[in-house]
Write a protein that binds this ligand. Structure first.
Ligand code: GDP
Ligand code: K
Ligand code: MG
Length: 298
């Protein structure tokens, strides 16, 4: 049976707001099964795993790709993103069917370094197009810039065509045993996902001008008999961001906390008590050492 199985690593890349998280959530659903690492596992941080009888798609956690090269953080994140891409089995380049900007342009330019890795062009948000022909000029333009293995229009939000995308991914994965056992959630990955959930809520509040400047650290994780106690620190770069996050009389941080707590409860299927702290990490985005301690050096 195992000889007919496929398993491999997929990266979904694209500028902020094209719908990467929405797609990932749809593909993986609530049944995220991240497990203890086996020796042959890649050096990648794992964002999520889709396991079917016949295949396991492991989604690499590619750090965001960011424009603006001046700052150490941008550089480090772009380097990390590119090195994460260098040994995946398939890359999905996700774009918005009716919005193209310099962020897309930048990510597209990085694809030149994809080498032989097949790149699937995923054209998202087609539900917003009245006339599907409206995306043809974009597709024409993109096809001239890169030799895509396939072009798949989808709606990540509506679930449209995602089965086609999934099959396109699976067919390009190497045959081999699964890397991860199912149903074996580890603390480490749960913590990681909880931090991601909190970060996602913060980014939504701050808007897309600063998302990569935010990191979340889980300070405490205690599984009590009935409730899991979690404390997390949100590290922002500037005083102004801290103010925005906390909001008038703490309204903002409270609503972030509530939303994050609900998602974390769904993830771990337990009641959660979530304490959030906001701290300014002054000047850290220009300090390579700080980046390393936060884990962006791989
Ligand atoms: P990311 O920054 O690439 O991870 O993008 P998100 O997944 O956070 O999505 C950004 C916004 O686009 C959110 O408001 C989503 O609800 C919305 N979105 C994502 N996919 C679709 C889609 O297929 N159709 C529409 N209309 N909106 C979408
Ligand atoms: K987003
Ligand atoms: Mg996202």
């Amino acid at each position: 049976m195992s000889e007919s199985r496929r398993c491999g690593l997929v990266a979904i890349i694209g500028r902020p707001n094209v719908g990467k998280s929405t797609l990932m959530n749809h593909l993986i659903g609530q049944k995220v099964s991240i497990t203890s690492r086996k020796p042959q596992t890649t050096r990648h941080r794992i964002h999520g795993i889709l396991t079917r009888d016949d295949c396991q798609i492991v989604f690499a956690d590619t750090p965001g790709i960011h424009t603006g090269q001046q700052r150490a953080l941008n550089r480090a994140m772009n380097e990390a993103a590119m090195s994460a891409l260098s040994d995946v089995d398939v890359i999905c380049f996700m774009v918005d069917s009716d919005k193209w900007n310099e962020g897309d342009e930048h990510v597209l330019s990085l694809l030149a370094r994809a080498g032989d890795i097949p790149v699937i062009l995923v054209v998202n948000k087609v539900d917003r197009l009245d006339d599907k022909a409206a995306m043809l000029p974009l597709l024409d333009k993109l096809n001239q810039r890169h030799d895509f293995a396939e072009v798949i229009p989808v709606s990540a939000l509506g679930g449209h065509n995602l089965d086609v995308l999934e099959q396109a991914l699976v067919s390009r994965l190497p045959e081999g045993d699964f890397w991860f056992d199912e149903d074996q959630l580890t603390d480490r990955s749960l913590r990681f996902m909880a931090a991601e959930i909190i970060r996602e809520k913060v980014v939504r509040q701050l808007g897309q001008e600063v998302p990569h400047q935010v990191t979340v650290e889980i300070d405490l994780w205690e599984d009590g008999p009935r409730v899991t106690d979690i404390a997390a620190t949100i590290l922002v770069e500037r005083r102004g961001q801290k103010k925005i996050l906390i909001g008038d009389k703490g309204e903002r941080i409270k609503s972030i906390g509530t939303q994050a707590r609900r998602d974390i409860e769904n993830l771990i299927e337990r009641r959660v008590m979530l304490n959030l702290w906001v701290k300014i990490k002054a000047g850290w985005s220009d300090d390579d050492r700080a980046l390393r301690s936060l884990g962006y050096d791989d």
